[in-house]
Design a binder for this molecule. Structure first.
Ligand SMILES: *Cc1c(COP(=O)(O)O)cnc(C)c1O
Length: 343
């Protein structure tokens, strides 16, 4: 995490860095992330309970709530805990206007630059800004947007143009860039960036690996072989018998399945490592187990260490094999998996 944050800073040296820790730090654990991102200028997330936890754990630098307040009580919490709020719709401004200026907070006014999810359109953006200027509870106004396509070449161009047009003449720090824009769109860096996925060592791009981006995996998912057996020609493996041996072979049974967050959609051939050597999964992933081909691995036995993803097997490769992205696998790590924080 430290390395990856330093890498984000190297990409955007003049910008402040918000480390995004939503969804329990993309499944890595909030407390661990708080330590790993000690050097960040602030932490950004969605969940108010987790923001309270960060304050209780001693994080006294800024915290940015990426979807802002969900109700007026959240505005109260924001004032009590000094949380910065994204403002993406008029109702949130109503809640702010009802408060006095005894405890002021920073707000980030969000512009809809083409995602068509959250944020104000050009005309309303200026009106919202004017309302926030007059609200006593508002200490400062920053201007933000979120890119729909910054992972594609030129994909942020149109959004940037629209944002610059809509925000012309408005003062305030600009905060636009997710990981893909941090890595690939220097002119979007502006005053502050919001990297997420890159800080955990996965790639935001379909065609560039985390290693090529000089990122290091923050998470390693490990288990062991709990059984080893031989297959004869014609023997099948697992539910539905989707894999059938076409030669005599040795296979291993790994204590990890979809109840641990390993994707059930990962087909035969998904990369996995046994005792540090890469091989492939065989057959359907079950709730608590999956099977591996031991032929490329040699003489290993019950108890052999297995890496589901991490150093030897990039999470992005497992994700691609399962038809998803590294983000989803990280976030889906199940509570029953014992966690150990290293470093
Ligand atoms: C999740 C999120 C980010 C981080 O995105 P990555 O692609 O993980 O870098 C940045 N900004 C907002 C508003 C987000 O919701």
């Amino acid at each position: 995490m430290r390395h990856n944050l330093a890498r984000a800073r190297q990409c955007a040296p003049a910008a402040k860095a918000w480390a995004v820790v939503k969804a329990d730090a993309y499944g890595h654990g909030l407390a661990a992330a708080m330590q790993g991102f000690e050097a960040a200028d602030g932490l950004a997330l969605i969940e108010f309970e987790q923001a309270s936890r960060l304050r209780a754990l001693g994080w006294d630098k800024p915290i940015l709530m990426l979807e802002g307040a969900f109700d007026s009580e959240d505005v109260q919490t924001a004032c009590d805990l000094n949380l910065s709020l994204v403002v993406h719709q008029p109702l949130q401004i109503d809640w702010l206007e009802r408060r006095d200026g005894s405890r002021q907070i920073a707000v980030f006014l969000k512009y809809n630059s083409g995602m068509n999810r959250l944020g104000f359109e050009t005309q309303e953006f200026k009106m919202a800004y004017a309302r926030l200027l007059k609200a006593d509870v508002v200490r400062s106004i920053s201007l933000a947007t979120h890119f729909a396509n910054s992972d594609l070449p030129g994909g942020a161009d149109d959004a940037l143009m629209r944002f610059d047009e809509a925000s012309r003449g408005l003062t305030g720090e600009r905060c636009l860039s997710n990981s893909a824009a941090v890595l690939a769109v220097p002119r979007a860096h502006r005053d502050a960036v919001r990297p997420g996925i890159m800080l955990y060592g996965a790639t935001p791009f379909a065609d560039r690996s985390a290693a090529q981006l000089e990122l290091q995996p923050a998470m390693q998912l490990r288990s062991r072989l709990i059984a080893v057996r031989r297959l004869s020609i014609g023997d099948s493996v697992g539910y539905g018998s989707t894999f059938v041996a076409d030669k005599p072979m040795r296979i291993g049974v790994v204590a990890c399945g979809y109840a641990d967050g390993y994707p059930r959609h990962a087909p035969t051939g998904t990369p996995i490592a046994v005792e540090g050597l890469r091989t492939r999964t065989l057959g359907r992933v079950a709730m608590d187990m999956l099977m591996v081909d031991l032929d490329p691995v040699g003489t290993v036995d019950v108890g052999a260490s297995v890496e589901l993803w991490g150093q030897r097997v990039p999470i992005d490769e497992v994700a691609q094999s399962a038809g998803t992205i590294g983000y989803e696998l990280m976030c889906a790590l199940a509570p029953r998996v014992p966690r150990k924080v290293i470093g």
